[in-house]
Ligand binder design. Structure first.
Ligand code: ZN
Length: 340
């Protein structure tokens, strides 16, 4: 009960990529890079285990960008043809590659990484991939000419990949959909359908991570415009509750999401963000416990998984590790109280 997990990414060691930087360039290439990534994955698996994290991840040591890292091995995308465009409804500008022909997955995207990671831990393993709507929002399209059609094409590729990773022993496949609280209308009309297509036929746990983004300035500025109550989820949660996805990961620590909205997710597992990734302040275990207890007013303990608000890749390693330890210790406090 109250098994802990993380949203996904962790800081990369300074010998692998430039620290405290989003999308930092690698320090190696080719087979040297692969070896260094494996070593980094081993370190973060061990750190998670030591911190008491029950469902661990590779910390996204094998990818530079949470969307483009997945796209590099898909045919039909031209990384030479980069476009600068406003993403997440123009919240910030990003350099994105362009879809130029029909999409195809010629070979496994993450199989080698997952086989390695799976062989190195006996804990439950989570693997994260961007969801179809978020991919569509982070790429330029010169071929499909229609966002839902492009999303479905990506969903089919994600699904083939997810089925392969499940067969390799992944316990939870999570799709990251930060776009889900930007395009609420589209979530209902095609976003959820594309997400379900990506998860079709999976027998392992499926999760969707929706959030208000990393703790970078553009996101902090955007959050300031959202008012005293972040009610985006009021529209999204009922759609997710009706969906085939098992788990919903969202931010609760220091967020202005009204906790009673969690009641709209009845029947789903809820990954409650109890670690704020947008502050240098390390939570105390007692603060983490308080967030978990508050969520338990709306979600039964059996369905509640203490988690981080979002990925921790932009943080320093020391800070991230301290936050992991607080998460593990805070969950242990509540577990002892409820006899789990
Ligand atoms: Zn996030």
């Amino acid at each position: 009960m109250l098994e802990t997990t993380i949203a996904g990414s962790l800081p990369k060691p300074s010998w692998l990529a430039e620290p405290e930087k989003l999308w930092a360039p690698w320090r190696y290439d080719g087979e040297d890079l692969w070896r260094a990534q494996c070593d980094a994955a081993l370190v973060v698996l061990k750190e998670q285990e030591n911190a008491g994290i029950d469902i661990v991840s590779d910390g996204e040591m094998f990818r530079q960008h949470f969307v483009h890292g997945v796209l590099r091995r898909i045919d039909g995308i031209d990384f030479e043809r980069m476009t600068t465009m406003g993403i997440r409804a123009d919240r910030y500008k990003a350099e994105v590659p362009t879809v130029t022909t029909a999409l195809r997955r010629p070979t496994s995207i993450h199989g080698r990484e997952v086989a390695f990671t799976r062989s190195q831990t006996t804990r439950k393993l989570k693997f994260t991939m961007p969801g179809p709507m978020t991919i569509v929002d982070t790429i330029a399209d010169a071929h499909y000419g229609d966002r839902p059609a492009l999303a479905m094409a990506f969903a089919e590729i994600l699904n083939a990949e997810a089925l392969e990773l499940e067969a390799l022993g992944v316990d939870v496949i999570q799709f990251d959909e930060p776009a889900f609280n930007v395009y609420m209308q589209e979530v209902a009309t095609w976003g959820i359908e594309a997400l379900e297509r990506a998860a079709r036929g999976l027998k392992c746990k499926t999760a969707v991570h929706i959030c208000y983004g990393y703790g970078i300035q553009a996101n902090l500025d955007w959050k300031d415009t959202l008012g005293d109550e972040w009610a985006q989820y009021r529209e999204t949660f009922p759609v997710l509750a009706d969906s085939a996805i098992d788990q919903v990961s969202l931010e609760c620590a220091n967020s202005k999401v009204p906790l009673e909205l969690l009641g709209l997710l009845a029947g789903k597992d809820v990954l409650v963000g109890a670690i704020d990734v947008a502050t240098d302040q390390v939570e105390t275990p007692e603060q983490v416990a308080a967030t978990i207890r508050a969520a338990m007013e709306y979600v039964p303990a059996e369905r509640l998984y203490p988690c981080t608000n979002c990925g921790m890749v932009p943080l320093s390693r020391e800070l991230s590790l301290a936050k992991l330890q607080a998460l593990g210790a805070g969950a242990a406090i509540v577990r002892a109280e409820v006899g789990g």
